[in-house]
Design a protein around this ligand. Structure first.
Ligand code: IVH
Length: 667
């Protein structure tokens, strides 16, 4: 190609990429297969890198992320992002303080901080350079939102020291920006954001970083991810000062307190002053200061024992109860929901609240038409606190539960010692759809992209009647549904296909057998190994299992003793759904592995396995993973940038493995 031809080709590629990119990313209506798009792009990149004078300022290769993001990549967190246990008043605080004293004695201090109402973010730096930012996600795996985070000015792109570390913080939208944004949205006839937290989260989940850039977000960094001791720090207060020095934005209102009374004073001060802050806070975080103490206290499955989040008392407001709606759950239970005149409570508009069951309605004597006081329990879930009787109109009738199912009209029954009324018709459409929704939900078969609305449509259209039907769906069938694009249909089919490989416990949990929760499903799957053996089990065989009670055993046997169920299992099998437990069986007495019964400490960054995967694999062979190195540690597995734990292992003469050795031994 001569110079003129080359220039022509570049112009042409620019045009092609703009057109195909727009169709694909903006309109979600691809003009060409992805491979063709990639081919154009690669050709352009190749020419541009050789002839930089041909890079047009608006070349698709020069965009800030924007058009090229089609979604967010998932990123496993090196250290899980946990949440905090809550404290709702002085009693909870005293309990927290007592538990700590019982574990570590009286000689310690707390650090109190404002609990910023935004979203948790993890930021990774390599040699001082910001390389990745992620959302919390499920705590183990988040979403890579680096490009959007780069638009937040208070996130340093380069630190003052060339160090490698991960930090945690809260991204938020200042009150002023929130108000301005909502005003702008009203003017443009767009929907308002309910509160600054949603606005911040919504901004960071935009595929076009320019939107995030226009939203004036900010961040406060509140911790080092993982082991602070690796950075020669002794306490949380020191860590915050160090983060300050590195160039991060930490919240200046933190305070070290030496007693729970002092903590209480800090809380009282901010309960009054919080309205004056330029950002929203929803409570106070109280943390035990020194790392040695934190390590002694350790973690529960969900949260550290060394910290708690004090939540400000819920705001209560008055509104009118317009109706009581009854919904039928997957087990047939009827749940009443209060339909309210929408009101603003604690940062969002509330129009519904669960009333739980008939007893609650009777106890509080709640009647349609009443003036009621509502609040958000734990600041999240709306609830009806009480009726304002003084305002009751004279002849309001008491509320009566129906006698027949609102979904299928069959007669409702009250099962002995249960409060709830129940529809026992196995063909009830409401129960079936709820069951299907449960089946595909995250903790069950986890079918990405299959939401309630789609399930309801599929059922209404007669495309699915039971869970096995899901695996017979075709792309063409999906395309018939409202608002289902080509791409979503393909993705959905792929997600259903992948879900077939789930280990048995997910399927078992998904079937929704009464009394079989996630944990029960896991235990049963481990014990029986596959669905067909479980289906044969007797009550006696089940109840000998530790942690399986009579109720669950009985329910399992009854469930499988049904021809329809047996046919269903057979169909799932024929359709290629995995019926076996694929996580290895852990039975310490039968295991004979070098790591069986051993205590292993993982430190530094692992390349091939996530921490969680490594932990699971070690546990499968009967090993235990511990957080700190001591004389009792048998092996330390050190990844990249291992810090003080590695040093300690060496001092104590504990064997140190690298990740490859671990993988080798596990295999
Ligand atoms: S410390 C192990 N400090 O509150 C979790 N959290 O559940 C350590 N938050 O998801 C969290 N301000 O996003 C901590 N000063 C602060 C915070 C804070 C807000 C959020 C955080 C976390 C949630 C607690």
């Amino acid at each position: 190609m001569d110079k003129v031809q080359l220039e022509e080709r570049v112009k042409e590629l620019n045009k092609l990429l703009h057109e195909t990119g727009y169709a694909y990313y903006v309109k979600d209506q691809p003009l060409v297969p992805d491979a063709v798009y990639d081919q154009y792009l690669n050709e352009l990149i190749a020419i541009e890198s050789e002839f930089p004078n041909l890079i047009y300022p608006d070349s698709p290769t020069q965009r800030v992320g924007g058009m090229i993001l089609q979604g967010f990549y998932k990123v496993p967190h090196t250290y899980p992002m946990l949440s905090l246990a809550n404290a709702f008043g002085r009693d909870d605080l005293d309990d927290f303080d007592r538990r700590i004293r019982a574990a570590i004695g009286d000689d310690f201090s707390y650090v109190c901080e404002l609990k910023i109402d935004g979203l948790a973010i993890s930021l990774s730096y390599e040699n001082g350079v910001f390389v990745r930012g992620a959302t919390r996600g499920d705590g183990r795996v988040g979403e890579d939102i680096t490009e959007n985070l780069k638009t937040i000015r208070s996130i340093p792109l380069r630190l003052k020291e060339p160090i490698t570390l991960e930090v945690r913080g809260e991204a938020y939208m200042p009150k002023k920006s929130f108000i301005a944004l909502n005003e702008f949205r009203v003017e443009n006839e767009e929907e308002k954001f309910a509160n600054p937290r949603n606005a911040a989260a919504g901004s960071l989940r935009q595929l076009d970083p320019k939107i995030a850039a226009s939203r004036n977000l900010a961040i406060f960094v509140y911790a080092i991810g993982g082991d602070g001791e690796a950075y020669q720090l002794d306490s949380h207060a020191q860590a915050l000062d160090y983060l300050d020095q590195l160039g991060f934005n930490t919240n200046p209102e933190r305070q070290t307190c030496h007693s729970i009374d002092e903590v209480q004073q800090y809380i009282e001060k901010w309960t009054d002053k919080r309205l004056d802050l330029p950002y929203e806070i929803d409570g106070i975080v109280v943390k035990v200061n020194r790392y040695v103490h934190q390590q002694d206290l350790g973690f529960t499955a969900k949260s550290p024992r060394w910290a708690t989040a004090y939540k400000f008392p819920a705001e209560e407001v008055v509104t009118t109860l317009l109706n009581i709606e009854l919904t039928v759950g997957r087990t047939g239970t009827l749940t009443p929901t209060a339909i309210l005149e929408p009101v603003q409570v604690a940062g969002s508009i509330v129009g519904r609240a669960s009333l739980h069951n008939e007893d609650l309605i009777r106890e509080k004597d709640i009647r349609i038409g009443d003036t009621v006081i509502i609040r958000k329990a734990g600041d999240i879930i709306p609830e009806v606190v009480a009726v304002v009787l003084a305002e009751r109109k004279e002849d309001l009738p008491a509320f009566k539960m129906p006698t027949h199912c609102p979904a299928c009209d069959s007669e409702l029954v009250r099962i002995e010692d249960e409060v709830a009324l129940r529809c026992v018709n196995p063909q009830c459409p409401a129960q079936i759809t709820e069951g299907l929704i449960h089946f595909v939900s995250r903790n069950a078969m986890n079918v990405d992209g299959l939401g309630e609305k789609v399930i309801e449509q599929l059922f209404r259209e007669g495309l699915i009647h039971d869970v096995a039907d899901l695996f017979t769906l075709t792309k063409d069938q999906l395309l018939e549904l409202e608002r289902m694009g080509d791409k979503s249909a393909s993705n959905l089919i792929a997600a259903i296909e992948v879900s077939k490989q789930n280990s048995m416990e997910r399927l078992l949990f998904g079937l929704g057998i009464r009394h079989v929760g996630e944990k029960g499903a896991k235990i049963l799957s481990e014990e029986f190994g596959d669905m067909k053996s479980l289906a044969q089990a007797t009550v006696d065989q089940l109840t000998v299992i530790h942690e399986i009670g009579d109720k669950m055993a009985d329910s399992v046997v009854r469930y499988f003793d049904n021809e329809e169920v047996q046919k269903l299992i057979q169909r799932l099998d024929t359709l290629g759904v995995n019926l076996s437990y694929t996580g290895k069986r852990v039975d310490l007495t039968n295991l004979d592995h070098v790591l069986t019964g051993k205590t292993i400490v993982l430190t530094g960054k692992l390349e091939k396995l996530t921490r969680q995967e490594a932990k699971e694999k070690i546990e499968q062979v009967g090993g235990t993973v511990s957080g700190s190195v001591s004389k009792k540690t048998d092996v330390v597995v050190a990844g990249e940038d291992a810090g003080s734990k590695l040093d300690k292992a060496r001092t104590l003469g504990i064997p140190v493995w690298d990740e490859n050795r671990l993988i080798e031994e596990l295999n």
